[in-house]
Design a protein around this ligand. Structure first.
Ligand code: FNR
Length: 347
């Protein structure tokens, strides 16, 4: 029973989504030289334009935000022009698309931009090497100065403005999965003793500054946020983080947002420190339109919407494996299984 997925949804009384199936942000490492989106990417997204809303793969806001090869950017005119081809192709098919704005923080590697250091909230490194480029070991980052934090906030806002210039319908700020914004929200990665660390009040300051700067630049109705309260990606869990996320959500409730999105791979996991699943926790602590994601099928996602657990369903891996995911679900057809091995060839 997937009917509820096919009822239209109006985001913030402005943006009409044809259905409630969102394409989750999915990094594909397909950008061309200069991190410019390619024609293949335009074709890839256009084939999925019958989603209610596509969220683009994470897209870096400035050169030193890069942590993986061939991830697209939104900070040069060439990149903006490349994205314009993508957004035009999606719009021609009647679709809508948001850009996911990304800085990888301590997961960045200077190999990609020819620098010699990595910036993060605190000088706490991660073990290991860059995926797909195992010869590159991660560096211990340098803690951002207060002046550099102000510049970073401005760079998020500028990238949001660039996204609108590139024809996107809005942006999703990537505050999830262990990257820059998420690193401020967890005690494991934020050891600052200035106004950006040490207490929940201080730890939410930078994420809220980014949200406010983006809202001011492009409007709240097309500004969304993805967060990972479950601390599962490159960050060690810490029970004190709960208080930080409680405060963040309370502060977000004082603002308008297009939607709030949980960043998680499997939303069936129960986290004691969240008193439930990530979607349960976000639902209980936020008044915003909520996007559920993580291991859902159309059936389980529709049931969750029917039960009021969230409002919109994001589909990730199945959307890579099935460019016609929405049509298949609507027709009650089988959905092809995803496997990591197929990843390089599927578009
Ligand atoms: C992801 N995910 C992800 N999340 C994000 O916020 N930005 C991104 O760029 C990516 N990139 C990405 C690439 C690939 C290959 C995978 C498999 C996942 C996470 C994704 O948006 C989603 O949360 C998970 O895939 C869980 O949803 P599904 O796949 O179970 O529907």
């Amino acid at each position: 029973m997937t009917q509820s997925l096919f009822t239209p949804f109006v985001l913030n009384e402005r943006l009409m989504l044809n259905n409630r199936i969102l394409m989750a942000p999915l990094t594909r490492c397909m950008a061309g030289p200069g991190l410019v989106p390619t024609q293949t990417m335009a074709d890839y997204y256009a084939r999925r334009a019958d989603a209610g809303l596509i969220i683009s793969e994470a897209t870096i806001i400035r050169a030193d935000g890069q942590g993986y090869p061939n991830t697209p950017g939104l900070f040069t005119q060439e990149q903006i022009a490349g994205w314009r081809v993508v957004t035009d192709a999606v719009h021609e098919k009647g679709g809508k698309i948001f850009a996911q704005l990304w800085h990888t923080g301590r997961v960045a590697h200077p190999h990609f931009w020819g620098g010699d250091e990595v910036l993060a909230p605190s000088a706490v490194g991660i073990e290991g090497t860059v995926p797909r480029m195992r010869e590159l070991a991660y560096l211990v980052p340098r803690a951002l100065t207060v002046a550099e934090i102000a510049t970073l906030v401005e760079d998020y806002a500028k990238a949001a403005e660039n996204a609108i210039e590139a024809g996107f319908d809005g942006v999703e700020i990537h505050g999830a999965n262990g990257y820059m914004i998420d690193e401020f929200l967890h005690h494991d990665t934020n050891r600052r003793t200035d106004e950006f660390g040490g207490s929940a009040e201080n730890m939410v300051r930078f994420p809220l500054q980014v949200v406010d700067a983006v809202i001011e630049r492009i409007g709240a109705w097309r500004t969304a946020l993805r967060i990972s309260p479950a601390a599962y990606f490159n960050i060690a869990p810490d029970n004190r983080d709960r208080e930080v996320f409680d405060l963040l959500l309370a502060r977000l409730d004082e603002r308008e947002l297009a939607y709030l999105h949980g960043g998680i791979f499997d939303d069936s996991v129960h986290y004691d420190y969240l008193d439930g699943r990530v979607s349960d926790y976000l639902r209980a602590h936020s008044r915003h339109t909520l996007v559920g994601v993580g291991g859902y099928s159309a059936d389980t996602g529709a049931s969750a919407i029917d039960e009021g657990k969230f409002d919109l369903l994001a589909i990730g891996r199945p959307f890579i494996a099935n460019h016609d995911y929405v049509a298949r679900v609507k027709a009650g057809q089988e959905v092809l299984a995803y496997s990591d091995e197929q990843l390089p060839v599927l578009y």
